[in-house]
Design a binder for this molecule. Structure first.
Ligand code: 3HC
Length: 294
């Protein structure tokens, strides 16, 4: 692994406009964060109904952050819903944050790439698909880079900048400069299953789920990890990350053998109980809080 710490000055001009595709939890929160950091942001999804919840979350976040109404208005005005993708030709950075499906991502890139500025960065927030596969059908495969954010985006300082051996070094430098511009701590990782953080995080989450399957109560597992010093217990974190995301990242390590996923995870996944985002996972969720017995 090649690692670089954020910091230091970049000679590259700062990005002005970011276009984010995919208005789910990650895409919506990345878009909001970029608007807060002063960039013009267009947020695209298939229909307005997918963008509206992200815009509402953005408004609540911005309202809480800034007491001053003018500052709120100005920040929110930088974030625009964009079903048609009109922002693509103006964007310095395009971030794809759609669901974890290789074909869907490749089809999207085929539509985006011809409309992008020649030197714009094409970045993916994928957690689980290696870049060598994602870049296969691009006209310029060397232009794709990973920008892997963590949930909740506004609070997690780290961004993994993912590259392959073929990624254009200028693209990596631009991605790094962008991460710094939005006040994130960037590390450069070679593309590999789980990149860096998920290699550590996923075994931790899986073992917690297996402990629950052996009969340890869920809140006790969380409490033990929290008392040990983690900011949030692993079962709650799995619900926050989303059990759909946990499954797709987990499969990378299980070489696509989903049968080997912890059975309770598989069961919840099959029932589309993805955690916080659907209101139920390992816990039931109300007002963004897991319902744990006292
Ligand atoms: N969005 C924005 N802000 C949030 C937030 C969210 N979803 N959740 C909490 N916050 C803010 C709160 O508003 C509060 O802000 P304030 O100080 O201005 O009032 C602040 O964070 C602290 O909130 P709380 O006091 O409620 O809670 P905590 O102090 O426990 O912090 C936490 C919350 C930062 C989420 C902490 O529990 C934590 O670090 N949890 C672990 C998160 C983690 O590990 N994420 C990585 C997941 S892996 C991933 O995303 C990659 C994927 O590929 C799997």
């Amino acid at each position: 692994q090649e690692r670089l710490k954020a910091g230091g000055k970049s000679n590259l001009p700062p990005a002005k406009h970011v276009h984010v595709v995919g208005a789910g939890v990650m895409g919506g929160d990345i878009a909001t964060w970029c608007a807060v950091r002063g960039l013009t942001v267009t947020l695209q999804d298939r229909e307005m109904k997918y963008i509206t919840p992200a815009m509402e979350r953005a408004k609540a976040f911005i309202d809480k952050r800034y007491p001053d109404q003018a500052k709120r208005d100005e920040t929110l005005a930088r974030l625009k819903a964009d079903v048609e993708g009109n922002g693509v030709p103006d964007a310095d950075v395009v971030i794809e944050a759609i669901f974890e499906n290789l074909q869907a991502k490749q089809d999207l890139y085929a539509r985006l790439e011809p409309r992008m500025k020649a030197d714009a960065v094409l970045a993916t927030n994928t957690s689980s698909i290696v870049l060598e596969q994602l870049s296969q059908k691009l006209a310029t495969p060397t232009r794709l880079v990973g920008l892997h954010f963590f949930n909740p985006v506004a609070r997690m300082p780290l961004v993994e900048v993912i590259r392959t051996k073929d990624t254009d070094p200028t693209v990596v430098q631009r991605a790094l400069a962008f991460a710094r511009q939005i006040d994130k701590l960037a590390i450069v990782c070679m593309s590999s299953p789980g990149f860096l953080v998920n290699r550590v995080l996923m075994p931790y989450l899986s073992e917690a789920i297996r402990a629950a399957e052996e009969g340890v109560p869920l809140p006790l597992i969380d409490r033990a990890a929290e008392d040990f010093g983690m900011p949030m217990g692993p079962i709650e974190l799995a619900d926050v990350v989303g059990l759909d995301v946990a499954m797709s990242v987990g499969k990378v390590f299980l070489q696509s053998d989903s049968a080997a996923a912890p059975p309770t995870l598989q069961k919840l996944y099959d029932a589309k109980k993805f955690g916080k985002k659907t209101g139920e996972g390992f816990y039931k969720w109300q007002n963004d809080k897991p319902q744990k017995p006292d």
